[in-house]
Design a protein around this ligand. Structure first.
Ligand code: MN
Length: 314
């Protein structure tokens, strides 16, 4: 991992192809372009994943983020959209089938990226290889970064065997090919760390997600210890909560991020502005730039208790 003697980190949420917003946020945070790479003299950016899909300039975002990471001006973790792209564009060595089926739904979700990369096969191959180099999480001095959910038990299972460093984990072929089989522990790890725990709703309850698909699962607030009912732990905008039954949860073994731990930053949850902290030591920096919201970053200077005024956005 490259460092530049930095004294602080700026953790930046989901970008989803919005290169103009990314340039504006980086400038607001004091980064300037030198030889095509945005840099800060004293700080590093940390990107929380989901660089691609939905927005108008996937190529532009990848170019900015990749130059910064390769040049030591930033660190980055993998989002579920990069994982999905790896699987969409990688064939299983035995079956020859794409690891992510080219179904109408999967292709539609990936359409903006596919259109921009049409006819650029070598850049596509190189980009997917670069996505493969992104770690699933970062355990740094004083803070943690992951795309969706910090589950200490699952993370220990990745780093505890001595063959990987203890502060990060990158996909190898064995892990990747197993992770697309929903019977494996690798699948569960990807689902949790990159997409967040989802629990089934009680029988008969169906929700519509932001793309109009029917869903019977809800994302849960793993950063919040309180909550005894489905409605209390559901991660949904307030206006959708009445649709969730206020019935007691059946499973009490869910992952909860302890309040005494160092701060953890994540994206993924399509928060709606106004920009705000979730808890003093766990906060989402995704405020839905790809759906009428803002691109958000947290300016971290070593504090153990997060401050709302350190959230910046464009
Ligand atoms: Mn995501």
């Amino acid at each position: 991992m490259t460092t530049t003697g930095s004294t602080g980190y700026d953790i930046i949420g989901d970008i989803h192809g919005h290169a103009d917003a990314l340039r504006a946020l980086l400038r607001q945070l004091g980064y300037r372009q030198h030889n095509g790479c945005f840099r800060h003299p004293e700080r590093q950016a940390i990107f929380a994943g989901d660089f691609i899909d939905r927005g108008p300039d996937n190529l532009g975002v990848i170019d900015i983020v990749r130059r910064m990471v390769d040049g030591g001006a930033a660190l980055a973790v993998m989002g579920n959209h990069e994982y999905n792209a790896i699987c969409y564009h990688t064939r299983h060595p035995q079956t020859g089938q794409p690891l992510r089926p080219h179904s109408a739904k999967n292709t539609a979700q990936h359409a903006a990226f596919l259109a921009e990369f049409a006819g650029r096969e070598s850049l596509l191959v190189e980009t997917i290889a670069w996505f493969r180099s992104l770690p699933l999480f970062l355990e740094l001095e004083g803070l943690r970064v992951i795309h969706a959910e910090w589950d200490a038990r699952l993370i220990r299972s990745l780093t505890g065997n001595g063959s990987q460093p203890t502060n990060t984990f990158c996909l190898d072929d064995h892990f990747l090919f197993r992770s697309v089989d929903d019977r494996t522990s690798e699948h569960r790890i990807i689902e949790t760390l990159l997409k967040g725990t989802e629990i089934p709703l009680p029988a008969g309850c169906v929700l519509q997600d932001k793309d109009g698909f029917a869903r019977q699962e809800i994302r849960v607030k793993w950063w919040q210890a309180s909550g005894r009912t489905y409605r209390e732990i559901a991660m949904l905008p307030d206006d959708q909560l009445p649709a969730i039954p206020n019935l007691p949860l059946t499973d009490n073994g869910r992952n909860i991020y302890p309040t005494g731990e160092k701060p953890v930053f994540f994206g993924h949850y399509w928060m709606r502005p106004p920009v705000r902290l979730l808890t003093p030591n766990a906060t989402c920096v995704d405020f839905s730039v790809a759906r009428g919201g803002v691109l958000c970053g947290y300016r971290w200077n070593g504090e153990r208790k997060l401050h709302p005024e350190n959230l910046l956005f464009v």
